[in-house]
Design a protein around this ligand. Structure first.
Ligand code: PMP
Length: 361
């Protein structure tokens, strides 16, 4: 077997241990004579996976009893629409902070439902920084404040969560969930597509406070009702069993290496190594992002020319460093270094960057 280092933004690399465990138990799940994805989701075996996955999420993220943990389908994209449908009632307005491509998608869906006010727009800096608290125009009567805590394409990340007073803060954490502990007292809802730090695609993790959930509309089609998913413990309809199982295996892997503390240590080691390589390149590699807003998950950089970028990407691929092309909307290079990317992968990339610069400087 030869696995390469996969720096794709999502779907992205998963822990080898989790993949191997799933493979070894895939065809005959715990002597049931069938795989987990073929059995009833109302049976004991799936139920145990479901409950343990939720329990592990609560444990690792230290989710307080005041918040519900939901496993829903439709990815993060369904949440873009489900949130305003549930919480942006007629006569109300939602505050959105525009930090880049993903924040914009959330705004577009919210506008299809109701009134949106832009609390800050990063257009003037080409979405290369996160606003300080004092630059946010927050409405104390807003239905909620929405932010994208890590912009997967632009490579910027909120280092601290904004203070929104009594207004619920809702946060798209798709590309950074489980990479840091969360200040639950400031956050009413987080959501994240599974396919970066958790599992394959096909699920969104949603963690919502009871206070916000109690305000959700109930006169909506069933799947769009948070109250129903809470009541049924995310088993209102058939759950994405394979994705939930892979999430459980990823979370077990996280625990086995030392939990959140070790994840944070590795995160800082990996992102530090890459940003140092960029900063010590004498301007050969350029990170367009404000240093105080740099993402620890998606590191973006440019080379002196687009021709060199092409050459860089081709040679990197040949060296087993895959998925480094920046998003088609911005170009350049991007390394997505989620939890499962080994430190050795980032070291190999950093070494490659230095060699490439020496040969093409
Ligand atoms: N938000 C962010 C920050 C993302 O990176 C993505 C996917 N790349 C999404 C939302 C959309 O997620 P999904 O594809 O799961 O709907």
């Amino acid at each position: 077997m030869s696995r390469i280092y996969n720096f794709s933004a999502g779907p992205s690399t998963l822990p080898l241990e989790a993949l191997e465990e799933a493979a070894s138990r895939f065809v005959d799940y715990e002597n049931s004579g069938m795989s987990l994805i073929e059995m009833s989701h109302r049976g004991k075996q799936y139920d145990a996976v479901h409950q343990e996955t939720i329990a592990l999420l609560r444990e690792i993220l230290k989710v307080p009893d005041s918040h519900h943990v939901l496993l829903l389908q439709g990815g993060a994209t369904l949440q873009f629409g489900m949130i305003p449908l549930a919480f942006l009632k007629p006569g109300m307005s939602a505050d959105h902070v525009l930090t880049g491509s993903w924040a914009k998608k959330a705004v577009a869906d919210a506008r299809a439902v109701g009134d949106v006010s832009i609390a800050w727009d990063g257009a003037e800096c080409s979405y290369t920084r996160i606003p300080p608290q004092q630059d946010l125009s927050l409405n104390p009567d807003a239905a909620y404040v929405h932010i994208c805590s890590n912009e997967t394409i632009g490579g910027i990340q909120w280092q601290a969560f904004p203070d929104t007073g009594c207004v619920p803060l809702i946060c798209d954490m798709s590309s950074e969930i489980l990479s840091r502990p969360l200040p639950w007292e400031k956050i009413d809802m987080v959501y994240a597509g599974a396919q970066k730090n958790l599992a394959p695609a096909g699920m969104a993790l949603v963690i919502v406070s009871a206070r916000l959930a109690s305000m959700a509309r109930t006169d909506l089609p069933a799947y769009l009702r948070y109250d129903l998913h809470i009541k049924e413990n995310s088993l209102y309809n058939t759950p994405p069993a394979f994705v939930v199982w892979m999430t459980q295996l990823t979370l077990k892997w996280m625990k086995s290496i030392g939990g959140m503390q070790e994840i944070e240590r590795r995160r800082d080691e990996k992102s530090g190594m890459l940003y140092n390589t960029i900063d010590n390149s004498g301007g050969y590699y350029r990170c367009p992002v404000d240093p105080a807003s740099r993402s620890a998950m998606n590191v973006v950089w440019r080379l002196p020319s687009e021709e060199l970028e092409q050459k860089f990407l081709q040679q990197a691929q040949a060296e087993g460093l895959s998925g480094l092309k920046g998003h088609r909307s911005v170009g350049g290079c991007r390394a997505s270094i989620y939890n499962a990317m080994p430190v050795a992968g980032v070291k190999a990339l950093s070494d490659f960057m230095q060699t490439f610069m020496q040969n093409n400087g």
